[in-house]
Design a protein around this ligand. Structure first.
Ligand SMILES: [Zn+2]
Length: 336
């Protein structure tokens, strides 16, 4: 495979000496050429210069660096909390039943301003790119479509909806509502990707592997067409969703590869390296092969060490998981 990009996410440690001595060599000898550092709101406020050290060390080891707005505003994926939501209750989403939802509205000017500041820090820290990780609107879980308490129905959203459709925003899922929600996500992504792109950063967006139309974005071509997008990825976490690794990962890998190829952007597949059950570690190899066969050229695993250092995400035998990741990545490199 030509031009193979292989990477891993890194989080849970902010002691740069530990990173340099132990973790960074592991990342390199596991065949990675890039690392995704989470840059949570906690990092934004309390660790900016520490993050600069981690990023500089990564660069010195020859790795490309992506930063991930981990859990920022409750909008992106991440096992962390948001201070923005405490500071700015007016920026919360409101669902169709009128209840406050602790996630920032993607149309909120206050949230967009905060995302600018976050991106500016990422730029100052000299990252190569940003991974916009599973951006989405809030989802109700396990309910029938008709009863969905959809977001966002805040004043800002309802006002914009009225201007576009000249009708009061309905509480149920209509074609207009679905289109409006998609517009909300796309418009937000265009703004943040545009900002990063103007400063020469790469933009990667990864989407959840779901066909659920209420997620927000249904038309992935619209995401792929965002100006300044370099990488479109998907997170087909087969074990999490109770799916077959080859079939499930293969299906989603084909889908992103087919969208990316004609546009000349890179396709990325995230491999599940967390919560892997004992004896199922080799599925990471099978999933990787399915993705490569589908034409995907960028593989990343979440996260380092089989997530042994985060009990909520740890695999049953994280050392085994991490070994399979290294064997898989180094095998793929050798094939080249
Ligand atoms: Zn809103």
């Amino acid at each position: 495979v030509e031009n193979l990009d292989l990477g891993v996410s890194y989080f849970g440690n902010r002691i740069s000496g530990h990173y340099a001595a132990l973790d960074l060599p592991e990342i390199v000898n596991h065949g990675c050429n890039f690392v995704v550092h989470t840059l949570s709101e906690e990092d934004f406020w309390f660790y900016p210069e520490t993050m600069r050290e981690l990023i500089d060390l990564s660069h010195q080891a020859g790795l490309n660096v992506f930063l991930d707005p981990w859990g920022v505003g409750g909008v992106f994926a991440g096992e962390t909390f948001s201070r923005f939501l405490l500071d700015e209750p007016k920026a919360w989403q409101i669902n169709s039943a009128g209840a406050w939802v602790p996630k920032a509205c993607l149309r909120s000017p206050i949230f967009r301003e905060f995302m600018q500041k976050w991106t500016n820090l990422a730029i100052e820290l000299n990252t190569d790119g940003i991974l916009w990780d599973e951006p989405q609107l809030s989802l109700p879980v396990n309910e029938q479509l008709a009863e969905l308490n959809l977001t966002c129905c805040c004043l800002e959203c309802r006002d914009t909806y009225w201007q576009q459709y000249r009708e009061v925003m309905p509480a149920e899922v209509t074609p207009n509502v679905l289109k409006f929600r998609e517009d909300t996500v796309i418009d937000f992504l265009e703004e943040i990707c545009g900002h990063a792109n103007r400063f020469g950063l790469k933009n990667a967006i990864c989407l959840k592997a779901t066909e659920d139309i209420t997620q927000g974005v249904n038309d992935w071509d619209r995401v792929a067409d965002i100006h300044g997008l370099d990488i479109l990825g998907v997170t087909p976490f087969w074990h999490l969703y109770g799916q077959d690794p080859k079939a499930f990962v293969g299906y989603w890998a084909k889908r992103v590869a087919a969208i990316c190829a004609p546009r000349g952007i890179e396709s990325q597949v995230w491999l599940q390296g967390f919560q892997i059950g004992a004896g199922r570690e080799m599925e990471i190899l099978h999933a990787s092969e399915a993705a490569i066969q589908a034409g995907v050229t960028n593989l990343a695993v979440w996260g380092i060490y089989g997530c042994s250092h985060m009990s909520a995400l740890s695999s049953e035998r994280p050392a085994e998981v991490w070994k399979v990741v290294g064997d898989t990545f180094n095998q793929l490199r050798a094939r080249k």
